[in-house]
Design a protein around this ligand. Sequence first.
Ligand SMILES: Cc1cc2nc3c(=O)[nH]c(=O)nc-3n(C[C@H](O)[C@H](O)[C@H](O)COP(=O)(O)OP(=O)(O)OC[C@H]3O[C@@H](n4cnc5c(N)ncnc54)[C@H](O)[C@@H]3O)c2cc1C
Length: 382
Amino acid sequence: MDFSLSEDHILMRDTAREFAEKRLKPIAEELDEKGVMPPELLTETGELGYFGLFAPEEHGGLDLDTLSYVLTIEELSKRCAALGIMASVHNSLVTEALKIYGTDDQKTKYLPKLATGEFIGAYSLSEPGSGTDAGSLKCRAEKKDDHYLLNGTKSWVTSAGHASVFLVFLLTDPEKGSRGISCLILDKDTAGMNLGAPEKKMGLKCSDTRELSFIDAKVPLDNLLGEENQGFKIALSLLDNGRIGVAAQSLGIAQAAFDEAISYAHEREQFGQPIVNFQAIQFKLADMATRIDAARLLTYRAAVLKDQEGRFSKEISMAKLYASQTANYVCNEAVQIHGGYGYVKEYPVERYFRDARVTEIYEGTTEAQKMVISRWLMKEHK
Ligand SMILES: Cc1cc2nc3c(=O)[nH]c(=O)nc-3n(C[C@H](O)[C@H](O)[C@H](O)COP(=O)(O)OP(=O)(O)OC[C@H]3O[C@@H](n4cnc5c(N)ncnc54)[C@H](O)[C@@H]3O)c2cc1C
């Protein structure tokens, strides 16, 4: 077993790290405060290829492996977790979906622009009444002549305000329940599609999250992605990919919080000495570092497995579960090590703490990951 990264992977990680240090770190606090993602930052991110990680080379992408994607999302998230999730959704849910399920025409139309970041992608599965039970969605796409007629409301769409392409999951055959769901590709100017106001979130404040609603929105039949009524399978297959991205995002946030905590522990003096001298603090750091390391190993393993034959949903869910819990654990301890200073905006651990919270919620809650893992365990140990 070889635990070292290849030269290409190290280069990928270090390049993303340099960009994140130079461009994201100095402005991350301000972006969080204002709650906006500057379009020029997205353009710059696109120029570096971070929106084209999975797009095929023939369509202008880098066509990289999953470990390269993980390393990139981890580094971006260390300095700006909001950009991390935007890039994760864009690459792993939208670009990957078009790459796997798109027709030649769909690939030619969307992939080159997604690869450069000229188009930002959004993925819309959740609804106000349908979250963990994603198969119970109610949004309708009724077939009428040469188009679908869309009605209903989707919720929690990451990057909605920036997106040009939306992959939306809707009921095409309501009688069949989750077997009657299809995935449609929607352009941002689709008539009858409306974006809600940005959600006022606890963290990831500069990622734009909105509701999406449809009133008799007309979408051509050609915009069907994959086969009709196969949308739920498509959604679930993509989530495996997305979950690795959230694990990587969690690692980035956890590492950033740990780095801040250990450096603060060296600076802060109480009882006439740096608090890092106290064993209580050292043991916290030991636990934090150990959990980050374990989360990283699980996440990198999941990434490597993802590129092999077969389904590795159990290992992917394990990585997402553990890495997101680690991010929350580490951020909580980082705030504790900062004492009162961890509770105010003077130090970035306050932001990391808020940003980490959602990693246990989106792309399948902690409980949903345990459902996936235990389902596999029950299959393996009948
Ligand atoms: C910032 C943000 C961005 C998001 N981005 C996107 C996006 O881009 N696209 C998209 O489609 N969605 C997105 N989501 C939605 C996200 O995936 C859902 O919030 C998530 O799946 C949970 O669904 P819910 O919020 O409806 O919670 P619910 O499903 O209502 O769950 C509530 C609680 O009940 C638990 N629970 C539910 N069912 C069970 C069960 N069977 N057993 C045990 N416990 C259970 C859950 O774990 C949770 O603790 C986003 C959410 C947020 C907050």
